[in-house]
Unconditional design. Structure first.
Length: 176
């Protein structure tokens, strides 16, 4: 009868060993998962910046004579599609109030204020939560080069200005 009672379940030690093994595996896997999520957010942010550059190229050709769009909302959807709402981005990126948040990043567009003809623009992306959704700030200008901020230690407080984005001491071009 004593043999029968022994084979009816697991001992407390056996259960504790299984739980310890699961915790060890989780402690290894969770940081890797978080790093993968941040890498995915950063790749998505770079993709959004490239798409915004392409949208600006279409905008400047489609609405000749006025230059680039001066806000993200101008590139966003509208009815009808016109120079004020060009339907070149989705409503998340073409939001009315900056930053426009997508994929763990906030996006800003800056131009020369009050210029009748908008001849340059800067689009920047910054993590919503530093070290959780990303660890790099990005920007691009009308040249189409996506750049990463050198020595970034936190998210941008506002959209980056053109001069800073093209300054090689502050931003370096991403390699494809």
């Amino acid at each position: 009868m004593s043999r029968r009672n022994k084979s009816q379940g697991f001992s407390l030690i056996e259960l504790l060993i299984v739980v310890a093994i699961i915790l060890i595996i989780a402690s290894i896997a969770i940081p890797n998962l978080l790093r993968s999520k941040m890498a995915a957010n950063e790749a998505s942010a770079v993709s959004v910046l490239r798409n915004l550059h392409n949208s600006q190229a279409v905008y400047v050709l489609q609405y000749a004579g006025i230059g680039y769009a001066s806000t993200l909302a101008q590139l966003g959807p509208g009815v009808p599609c016109d120079q004020n709402r060009a339907c070149l981005t989705d409503d998340v990126i073409g939001c009315a109030t900056q930053p426009c948040v997508k994929g763990g990043y906030g996006f800003y567009m800056t131009t020369v204020p009050g210029a009748a003809l908008v001849t340059n623009f800067t689009v920047s992306g910054t993590p919503n939560t530093w070290d959780k959704t990303g660890t790099r700030n990005f920007c691009t200008t009308e040249d189409g080069v996506v750049r990463s901020q050198i020595g970034a230690v936190g998210p941008l407080a506002a959209g980056e200005v053109h001069g800073n984005c093209v300054d090689p001491a502050q931003y370096s071009a991403l390699r494809n």
